[in-house]
Design a protein around this ligand. Sequence first.
Ligand SMILES: [Zn+2]
Length: 256
Amino acid sequence: MSGIDSIEAATESLAAAIADAETVVALTGAGVSTASGIPSFRGDGGIWEQFDQRDFHYRRFEADPEGFWRDRLDLREAFYGGGETEPNAAHRALADLERGGHLDAVVTQNVDGLHRAAGSETVVELHGTNREVECVECGHRLPVEAAFDRAAEGELPPRCEGCGGVLKPAVVLFGESMPDGPTIRAHELAGRSDLFLAIGSSLQVQPAAGLPARAQRSGATLAVVNLEATPVSDRAEYDLRADVTEALPALVEAVG
Ligand SMILES: [Zn+2]
């Protein structure tokens, strides 16, 4: 059997498993967003070769929110892209799968907000999102562009209109502890899935790295869709080494 035939056969078989499963949960990582032009954060050509991590440190935000926001304005185009990145075929395929009743939730390591932009409704963002800001006092969220616009008009740092608290990017900064809520929810979802899809993640970073094992301990079937091998590929029932922007649309089509 050629490699292509075996990928097609695995796709058909996985599609049947998706159609049969009661609860399907997908975990996504950087590999899902690279086709949208979002570079990965680590490694060669990664974001942290281009930007100084210290500008994204929680200590910097806490010590000097005004300076932190002035830096954000300088980085607005280069880092935040002016909100111009678009979902790709992989994001759209997952949104289609949910609309068709075959996917219960997307848990993502990505902070680009592209799953929601593609139409996915149940999305757990483990590391938060760059598309929103959050009041440090009351937790109220608003789109990042609104905070940028106010900062650009001189409101430094921009503050919550409700309580006056300082607004912070709704993303986990360096040195900031992970919020418990999304991690707990992700573990709960993994635990009650009967099919768990790990897509475009190298599964090297916690808490995401622990989710496939959590799902398998609860009896879920595990499928990995990634260009390269992951630490759990050997014990996955399905191991599709493929480009996610091709594999996922093919999978959705096969599910029907
Ligand atoms: Zn507030």
